[in-house]
Design a protein around this ligand. Structure first.
Ligand SMILES: NC(=O)c1ccc[n+]([C@@H]2O[C@H](COP(=O)([O-])OP(=O)(O)OC[C@H]3O[C@@H](n4cnc5c(N)ncnc54)[C@H](OP(=O)(O)O)[C@@H]3O)[C@@H](O)[C@H]2O)c1
Length: 345
């Protein structure tokens, strides 16, 4: 076993509003020891996922996850290799993607979410398996496939289209022959969405006239599929622009994660009735049995050049908190991944 120490990022304060760097603290801890039924992972990459923000709040525990504890390492998804094991099902050298913590080494016992990454493609960078070929891409894939059900020629609107999940969802809409329109917060990210990612149009929802003006211009006949990552007022506005038979993919509610009080509304719910529309939520973890086939499909699209990987790599566990904050300031393009170590060690 390595004599290294374990770098960990603790939740020092519960964020009030958008997370800030002082909500996190990086500390050096002794190397963890494993007990019977446990294994030790050397983390290679940490995944930054906006959805984890909600479990930083006091009393945020729900049927899915517990609220994170103060002064404990922040919960997050990691990709790592097993370097010690006293667990019969996990062997040294195995590559694992699982939910542990923001740290260089993690002890696990296999009871939390753990997926063995047996079939990684040697031609694909490992970090992709946390992003476009990991929970991020899979969320976009299953949400679009099962809830969105895009058909060629339809107009698909995606919020946080320049983010991790959104950038994949919008590209999948294009692969299905749809007109893909993205929402984002700057003109520069709008240009990137159209010129680099190949979307048909992008709307800066902060532009004069806001979202209404953008929808009138870029979705004049309405929206067939809305892939919703934000909820709140954006969702409410889009409801008023749904076409008959529209599907709304309820993927996330970013607008609410930093709010202490529930956001009022939506007020346009009657549009669901008149437009015979469907709103449906989903969790990517419902599809674990289908992950291998979906990863295969996403890999094929990547290799065919039909899907572009948008990823930003940050080096070092100590920079994880700052990178997470940047995501809530809209500073990321695509998936944010923290590189902890190389596979060779
Ligand atoms: N259902 C599932 O199983 C599942 C699984 C994974 C993720 N998700 C959801 O997917 C969504 C996207 O997550 P991600 O990790 O890919 O994050 P992301 O989109 O890469 O990053 C967050 C982006 O959200 C926008 N944003 C930040 N703060 C906001 C606010 N207060 N209101 C509205 N927009 C804000 C910014 O984009 P702009 O600058 O473009 O506004 C920012 O770049 C989240 O809602 C997450 O909960 C769902």
């Amino acid at each position: 076993m390595s004599n290294d120490r374990n770098l960990q990022v603790l939740l020092k304060a519960r964020p009030s509003g958008a997370p800030k760097e002082s909500d996190f603290a990086c500390v050096e801890s002794p190397m963890p020891r494993i007990g019977a039924g446990q294994f030790l992972m050397r983390n290679l990459y940490l995944s930054l996922d906006a959805g984890f923000r909600q479990w930083m709040n006091e009393g945020a525990g729900d049927g899915y996850l517990q609220a994170m504890a103060l002064n404990e390492p922040v919960m997050g998804l990691v990709l790592g290799t097993v370097i010690e094991s006293r667990h019969p099902d996990y062997s040294i050298g195995e590559l694992i993607m699982g939910r542990t913590r923001w740290e260089s080494y993690s002890v696990a016992d296999g009871t939390d979410y753990m997926a063995k990454m047996a079939a990684v493609d040697p031609e694909i960078p490992l970090s992709y398996y946390l992003g476009i070929l990991g929970p991020t891409g899979l969320t976009a894939y299953f949400g679009m496939r099962d809830v969105g059900q895009p058909r060629a020629g339809e107009t698909v609107l995606v919020s946080t289209a320049a983010g991790a999940v959104g950038s994949v969802a919008a590209q999948i809409a294009k692969i299905h022959g749809c007109r893909a329109v993205g929402l984002t917060s700057t003109d520069e990210k709008c240009r990137w969405l159209v010129e680099e990612l190949g979307l048909d149009a992008a709307i800066n929802y902060r532009q004069p006239g806001g979202l209404e003006a953008g929808l009138a211009r870029h979705c004049p006949d309405g929206v067939d599929v809305y892939f919703d990552n934000v909820g709140g007022r954006t969702l409410d506005t889009v409801l008023a622009h749904l076409r008959i038979g529209a599907r709304v993919v309820m993927c996330g509610a970013l607008a609410a994660y930093n709010e202490a009080e529930p956001i009022p509304g939506p007020y346009n719910m009657f549009k669901i009735v008149t437009q015979r529309a469907t709103l449906k939520g989903f969790m990517v973890t419902d599809y674990v049995a289908e992950y291998p086939a979906a990863i295969q499909q996403l890999t094929t699209w990547l290799k065919e050049g039909r899907l572009m990987n948008a990823e930003e790599m940050v080096e070092g566990v100590e920079n994880t908190g700052a990178a997470f904050c940047r995501m809530f300031a809209g500073g990321n393009r695509g998936k944010l991944v923290v590189k902890v170590a190389t596979a060779e060690g």
